[in-house]
Design a protein around this ligand. Structure first.
Ligand code: MN
Ligand code: MN
Length: 320
């Protein structure tokens, strides 16, 4: 691994956090996936949005904001860096940027290599369309379970003649046979719709759809208990759309929805996934051009750190 975060190598955590070239969490930049157990990966793509753009700038700003992240989790006392080798694998190259089917293929092929190297990927988007090709790469052996935290179910069909909008990834993943809808739970759903076809699809396929009102009424602990029952002990992926948070906490996103999760709820939900067989995760839809004082980038970096801790713990418990 090339340690680009320090001028002459050494521990990047010892340098002042505002110095040097920003990688995710100030981890070493890794050219070769076989050098890491958990790969932090950027996917700077937002051609699939249906409203405000800008998530293509997400990886860079989250890298910057993630310099605030430290090592030891203040609740669980997990130190992901002592459990696993963690490195920044850079951004997924997108040589066919203006051809949405080719972009899906390029992202899938990148993650196939990551998976073949035995790496657990933690991705920063990018709009939510990127999760479909990631699931395609990780769900080849068996359909994955999914913990999906979002204001939207992202199970709509075609939009303006494309199948690959950021409102469609989980419908496409079910069709591709890489996502098990009966082992999928979607948490934080809300917002008026012009058509309820996306919600219907999710429920008809057997996904558990938890609207924000139900979460608030029953509380995170109860929903997490149900999540563990739904996911079971087989492999699952976790995807965190930053628009699940209330726009007061995450204004920098493409499709903000009023009345969302608090940061405390979001952190409790992700921490509560500890013990599941998690094969990867992502944080998507951070749109820096619509952000204020970098609070959305900080939210994205912090939620990525929460995910890193549970992925490291899942991976190390499997190695034992
Ligand atoms: Mn989404
Ligand atoms: Mn969303």
């Amino acid at each position: 691994m090339n340690n680009t975060t320090g001028a002459f190598g050494g521990d990047p955590m010892l340098a002042p956090r505002y110095m040097n070239i920003p990688t995710f969490m100030r981890t070493p930049f890794a050219d070769d996936p076989s050098d890491v157990d958990i790969g932090l990966i950027g996917v700077p793509y937002d051609n699939a949005v249906t409203n405000r753009p800008g998530a293509r700038h997400g990886p860079r700003e989250v890298r910057n904001a993630s310099t605030m992240m430290r090592t030891i989790h203040h609740v669980t006392r997990v130190n992901p860096y002592s459990l696993c080798r963690v490195g920044d694998l850079g951004d997924v190259p997108l040589p066919h940027l203006f051809d949405d089917q080719a972009v899906v293929d390029d992202i899938e092929n990148f993650y196939r290599k990551v998976a073949a190297a035995g790496v657990t990927p933690l991705t920063i988007g990018g709009d939510h369309s990127i999760t479909y090709p990631i699931l395609k790469a990780l769900g080849t052996k068996q359909p994955l379970g999914l913990v999906h935290i979002d204001a939207h179910t992202d199970t709509w069909d075609q939009f303006l003649n494309t199948k690959f909008s950021h409102g469609a990834p989980f419908r496409r993943a079910v069709e591709a046979g890489v996502l098990d809808p009966k082992r999928t739970i979607q948490i934080g759903i809300r917002g008026a719709q012009n058509a309820d076809e996306g919600w219907h699809y999710a429920q008809e396929m057997g996904m558990r759809v938890v609207f924000i009102e139900e979460l608030t009424e029953r509380g995170c602990a109860e929903i997490l208990e149900e999540t563990r029952q739904i996911i079971g002990d087989r492999p699952a992926y976790v995807t965190f759309d930053i628009d699940s948070l209330d726009p007061a906490f995450a204004p920098g996103t493409g499709t903000p929805e009023f009345g969302g999760l608090t940061p405390i709820q979001a952190q409790a939900l992700v921490r509560g996934l500890d013990g599941l067989d998690l094969v990867g995760g992502d944080v998507v839809e951070v749109s820096p051009p619509f952000d204020h004082a970098n609070i959305t980038a900080l939210a994205g970096a912090t939620m990525a750190y929460e995910l890193l801790c549970i992925l490291a713990s899942a991976r190390s418990s499997k190695a034992e």
